[in-house]
Design a protein around this ligand. Structure first.
Ligand SMILES: Cc1ncc(COP(=O)(O)O)c(C=O)c1O
Length: 424
């Protein structure tokens, strides 16, 4: 597996034992010497470099920020300040909250069944920074039931609700009769199905068709350089699947966009994610790409051939006991990532370099033993630095993140959780 190395500049973390690992560890330990672990940090140098790299990879197309992959308002604002445009939110209450904080152009990436939030949207907000909220927040739909829920919430032609069509980006190599590759999301797959729902939207005065989204998770969120003994083989198979699916999707997406645009004009066509930025941005029918994970660069995003992001988010846990000479046990650590359970969802101890999780215990609810050569030198009170497997989920574990620039903590900012906002 290719590793995110410390040789790329002041990046902070690697499980590989390199000459740069000890200075990186010393820098992190020194910058946070006044803090008591557990705590989380974001390295602003790496974060900013990652933001610039996402924009470079998009080749001039706008990059919409997937907020679920950040979940820290100050860092969302930082990414937007760096040039990302608009927010792809993960729940409607989150989108309303962000709009209340002054954000415009917030698209909720997943359908909602939240009647209270839909009512608030349908009523157009009403003061406290939520004025004309129906013009600033767009909700995702893929079926008539979603349209009916908006109508039932009281939407009217006086303040129509903006909707975005979610179109399946999966690959059906045998035309629907065989396996379907991709995530199980929208039932809309064909241009005809998308156009039919677009006509239904156009016929309802309380709705405005705003955009179209089709997210190719099996390309954008699946690394083609997986770790492990069979990694090379699996990587080749994944890359083959992705390029065949990518070709089919590009052709179908163009047809879908043409069919839907014939019904009503589209303000945006969104696709992609961190793992597919350049590929998706290259499609003429796509007007913007989405990305978020590439900012924090969690471990699952080490496994791509087409780009290397710098690990920006880490968390530190204190060594609290030494069960034996070769094992050090840290407090906490069981911060597992969502998805199909497997070793790749576990957090990874990265500094000091050369640590491993214990096979029997993994990452524990309250205690996590680490082994490996470097464990021998650890003492009670030392820190072990970890990376999470995914991006924003880390922030559900901490009220705040400490922002590091160079060798110092320059600011401490609340996560969504720290603001009392746990949306999922
Ligand atoms: C709809 C949608 N778009 C884009 C993304 C890409 O986000 P990221 O760049 O954080 O992987 C996701 C992630 O799950 C998503 O669900």
């Amino acid at each position: 597996m290719r590793r995110a190395t410390l040789a790329q500049g002041p990046a902070l973390a690697s499980e590989a034992v390199t000459d740069a690992a000890e200075p990186a560890r010393a820098r992190l330990d020194a910058a946070t010497a006044g803090l008591e672990p557990p705590f989380a940090v974001v390295d602003l140098d790496a974060f900013d470099a990652n933001a610039a790299d996402l924009l470079r990879r998009a080749g001039g197309k706008p990059v919409r920020l997937a907020s679920k992959s950040v979940r820290v308002r100050a860092l969302i604002e930082r990414a937007l300040g760096a040039g990302l445009q608009g927010i792809l939110a993960f729940t409607l209450p989150e989108a309303l909250w962000l709009a209340g904080h002054g954000h415009d152009d917030v698209v909720v990436a997943y359908p909602t069944a939240d009647r209270a939030a839909l009512r608030e949207l349908a009523m157009g907000g009403g003061g406290g920074g939520r004025d004309r909220i129906h013009e600033r927040v767009t909700v995702m739909v893929d079926s008539r039931e979603h349209l009916d829920a908006i109508r039932a919430a009281g939407a009217s032609a006086a303040a129509p609700v903006r909707v975005c069509l979610d179109v399946d980006a999966g690959w059906w190599p045998l035309g629907g009769r065989g396996p379907r590759i991709g995530t199980k999301r929208s039932p809309l797959h064909t241009p005809a199905a998308a156009a039919a729902l677009a006509r239904e939207i156009a016929a309802r005065p309380e709705l405005v068709l705003d955009g179209l989204m089709s997210y190719e998770a099996h390309i954008a969120g699946l690394g083609d350089r997986p770790p492990g003994r069979l990694g090379a083989l699996a990587g080749a198979a994944i890359a083959g699947m992705q390029s065949a699916s990518g070709r089919e999707l590009a052709a179908r997406r163009a047809e879908v966009v043409a069919a839907v645009s014939a019904v009503a004009p589209l303000r945006f066509v969104n696709g992609g994610g961190t793992g597919s930025v350049e590929r998706t941005a290259a499609e003429a029918a796509v007007t913007e790409v989405a990305a978020g994970s590439g900012l924090f660069a969690p471990t699952l995003f080490d496994a791509y051939r087409s780009f290397t992001a710098r690990p920006a988010a880490l968390f530190a846990l204190p060594v609290v006991r030494r069960p034996s000479a070769g094992v050090a046990t840290v407090l906490g650590g069981g911060y597992l990532a969502s998805g199909a359970a497997g070793g790749d969802r576990l957090p990874r101890p990265v500094l000091p370099a050369g640590l491993r999780l214990d096979r029997q215990e993994g990452a524990g609810e309250v205690q996590t033993p680490v082994t490996g050569e470097a464990a021998r030198a650890l003492r009670v009170g030392d820190r072990v630095w970890f990376r999470h497997a995914k991006a924003g989920e880390l922030c559900e574990r901490f009220d705040a993140v400490h922002l590091i620039r160079g060798g110092a903590v320059v600011e401490t900012v609340p996560t969504y959780r720290g603001e009392g906002m746990t949306f999922l």
